[in-house]
Every structure is written in structure tokens, then in C-alpha cells.
Design a protein around this ligand. Structure first.
Ligand code: CP
Length: 309
């Protein structure tokens, strides 16, 4: 039985296979419409979500399966003090696979240790968000045709943004990928990522607070929101929240074929006027997330070779 806790749980080859499967699902959804008949997905969300939870549910429904779950800790027995370990033991007898989001880093790992079904990390604290990363990789590959030879700008809250941490971990495995890490000083990437991943892997990167200066070099601009829920005090959040706002003027510095991604939700960091720019692909990115999660469910349930009516 396999789980997906970190993006590194999949080898580059397995990732390639999954992205190919996601593409097949997108192009010929009818081939996959009944494969999960009789299967159930549980969504265990201890933190708010729109895209991840609902795209997981849409994915399972698209595959002919059923869904159950809870969307907040308050509406589950976690509110009465039940542990993640006990909860997953119970859910293992109600569902065939589960997606878990939790504010505590490592909670999905604990769940996987006590689970009788595959556990998918749907975001754990400021740590990892591997299914967002699969979605990001799929989006980059679909739009640029490659996952190597890229200059990727990451902008915003690089300290608490788990999507950033997961995407860096995943992208360093490809050739000639360079990062421009754009953030206020207080929201730079965590030290472990700088030392153990970027420096240790001899990866090219620049840390800066200047977005415009580096815009002309970027193939991808990955914008992120400042993660209010991870701040210890509101004053710091208010001071930092509008550090970077991408608008039409700043887009003038970008290449014609640069793409703007954002895991969403957006707060204020991308002006709505950018939405109509053909290089703004964040809504398409969210749609791609359904195909990627369909491919992931098929893979973890070992139904990925059965793409036939
Ligand atoms: N990208 C993402 O994780 O969005 P949600 O918080 O809405 O799931």
C-alpha cells in the first residue's frame, strides 16, 4: 500500500507516468468514468479548503466512485479530543483511500503509520502540499512542454508557503532549473530548504526583494499569498501582506511566453486586471488539479492500468 506524504514519495519516472495519466484523463475522460465504481474517498480536512477538497471530491466522482468526509476539525470528533491515529483507524473501515489536510506538520505521516488505506497529504501546516505540486508540474509541462531548462520566480510568502516548499523539492530533480526567490526579508525560504536542498544540490538560486528587476528573466512566475493563519501576530501580517502586488504595469516587464501560476486562494497579491492577460493561468491550473488528482487516485488504488470502458 502506498501513501503520498511528500512530493519525493514519487520517483521522477513515476511522476512522469502520473502526469501522462493525468493528460490521458483530461483528453479522454469517458475512458475513466467508471473505474472507481464501488470505491470511496474520505476527505479529512482539519483546515479550510476550497480547491483541494472539492477537486478531490470531483476527481472521485468523475471516476465513478463516492465521497464522504468532514471539512473542519470542529465538525469531527477531533473537537472532542480524538487523535489522528484513532480517526484514521476508523476511516480505514469506511473508505478505500483518504485525503487529509491538517494544521500540524507531520499529521498525515502519523495517519499513514496507523492507516489501512492509502493516505494522501492534502497540506500539512507550513510543510508540504504534494498534490498542489503535482498540479503545478502538470500545468508547467502542459503549457511550456518541459520541466527542465526553466527560470522559476517564486514570489510572496516563501517562509510559510507549503506549496513553495513542495515545488522547490520537486523541481530540483530536473536539469537546469534556476530559482529567483522574491520575498520580504522576514518571509524568505526556511533555512533547511536553502542548505539541505538548494545548496546541497548545487542548485542555482537568487534571493531578492526586487520583483521588477528579475521579471524579464522568468519563464514561470509562481505568486503566493502571505499566509495569515501561520503568523504569530496580526501586526506583522498587516505590515507584510501587500509586499508584492502583481499588476498590469509589472506584467510589461515579463516575457511574452512567461506564465503566472498561483496555488490560490488569491487575496491581494495579483490585481484582478491581470486575470485577462493570456499569461495568467492560475484558474486553468486549478482546473488541471482535478485531472491530476484523478490520476493520483487511480495510481494509489492500483487502477491506473485499467483505462478502458
Ligand atoms: N491551493 C489550495 O490548496 O487551495 P485550497 O486551500 O482552497 O484547497
Amino acid at each position: 500500500m502506498r501513501h503520498l506524504i511528500s512530493p519525493l514519495d514519487l520517483s521522477v519516472e513515476e511522476l512522469e507516468e502520473m502526469l501522462n495519466l493525468a493528460q490521458s484523463v483530461m483528453k479522454t475522460p469517458e475512458k475513466y468514468a467508471h473505474i472507481c465504481k464501488g470505491k470511496k474517498l474520505a476527505t479529512l480536512f482539519y483546515e479550510p479548503s476550497t480547491r483541494t477538497r472539492l477537486s478531490f471530491e470531483a476527481a472521485m466522482l468523475n471516476l465513478g466512485g463516492k465521497v464522504l468526509g468532514f471539512s473542519s476539525a470542529d465538525s469531527s470528533s477531533a473537537a472532542k479530543g480524538e487523535s489522528v491515529a484513532d480517526t484514521i483507524r476508523i476511516i480505514s473501515s469506511y473508505a478505500d483511500i483518504c485525503a487529509m489536510r491538517h494544521p500540524k506538520e507531520g499529521a498525515p505521516t502519523v495517519a499513514a503509520m496507523h492507516s489501512g488505506i492509502p493516505v494522501i497529504n492534502a497540506g500539512d501546516g507550513g510543510h508540504n502540499h504534494p498534490t498542489q505540486t503535482l498540479t503545478d508540474l502538470f500545468t508547467i509541462k502542459e503549457l511550456t512542454g518541459r520541466l527542465n531548462n526553466l527560470t522559476i520566480g517564486m514570489c510572496g510568502d516563501l517562509k510559510f508557503g507549503r506549496t513553495v516548499h513542495s515545488l522547490i523539492n520537486a523541481m530540483v530533480r530536473y536539469q537546469n532549473v534556476r530559482f529567483i526567490l522574491i520575498s520580504p526579508n522576514e518571509l524568505k525560504i526556511p533555512d533547511y530548504l536553502r542548505k539541505e536542498v538548494l545548496d546541497a544540490g548545487n542548485i542555482s538560486y537568487i534571493e531578492t526583494s526586487e520583483l521588477e528587476k528579475y521579471m524579464p528573466e522568468l519563464d514561470i512566475l509562481y505568486m503566493t499569498r502571505v499566509q495569515r493563519e501561520r503568523f504569530f501576530n496580526e501586526e506583522d501580517y498587516i505590515r507584510l501582506k501587500d509586499s508584492f502586488i502583481l499588476d498590469a504595469d509589472k506584467m510589461k516587464y515579463a516575457k511574452k511566453d512567461m506564465y503566472v501560476l498561483h496555488p490560490l486562494p488569491r487575496v491581494n497579491e495579483i490585481s484582478v486586471e491581470v486575470d485577462n492577460d493570456p499569461r495568467a493561468v492560475y484558474f486553468q491550473q486549478a482546473k488541471f488539479g482535478v485531472y491530476v488528482r484523478m490520476a493520483l487516485i487511480l495510481t494509489l488504488l492500483e487502477l491506473d492500468k485499467k483505462g478502458e470502458i
